[in-house]
Design a protein around this ligand. Sequence first.
Ligand SMILES: [Zn+2]
Length: 250
Amino acid sequence: MVDSALFLVARSLPVRHGFTLRSGGVSEGKRASLDLGPAGDAGPDVRENRARLASAAGLPPARLVLAEQVHGTRVVHGRPGELPEADALWTDSTDSWIGIRTADCVPLLLSSVDGSRVAAVHSGWRGTLGRIAEMAVATLGQEAGAAPATLRAAIGPCIGACCYEVSEDLAERFAHAFGENVVRRDRRPRPHLDLRLAVRRTLAEAGLAEAHIEDVPGCNACEPERFFSHRRDQGGTGRHLAFIAPGALS
Ligand SMILES: [Zn+2]
């Protein structure tokens, strides 16, 4: 797959997928323009945005499965017509696709090497500390009958260590859980957190090969032209979608 006007792709995932950008939609104001949230009860603008994304990605608009995200660590089998409370979905159903919404949190996509089973994960600071990425790896490995070392992962745009200022208490918890490198103390006055690196660490500890973890770069807060950022915009902003569909690319 190649980047589209509406989304970025990872070079190493063997299936249809993407991390959406903020342009190319019809929403206005702080949500301009490709707002893809909420999960349920989307208004006409978001429905049109989803239709545009489906068309650009070559996926059926009515078969997109989303979740009611709650900053937890549950991994659920996504089925069309259902809206589970979960922060990670997986599927092996080739007539559907799954997605999770973010605006600063880390979006993570996973695939078995043959593309038959895929997962989409929302990992904010709570989910990252709870190691939701590890839960998703375990579920996907089990369902695919595959060793974690064979899985492919892509970590999408999120708030970067450049912009993610946190409390000393949270910085300590992250340093304890993932090592000092995930905390940056060169930016004042408060520590900054590298959530992307914490998720990468979790994946490696869960058994993924480092070479199979791809970064799709971008900081939501630094780049207002390309990304929504809950923190930068102080709420009321749009949502990105990280989406993935099982089935090898033709
Ligand atoms: Zn930044």
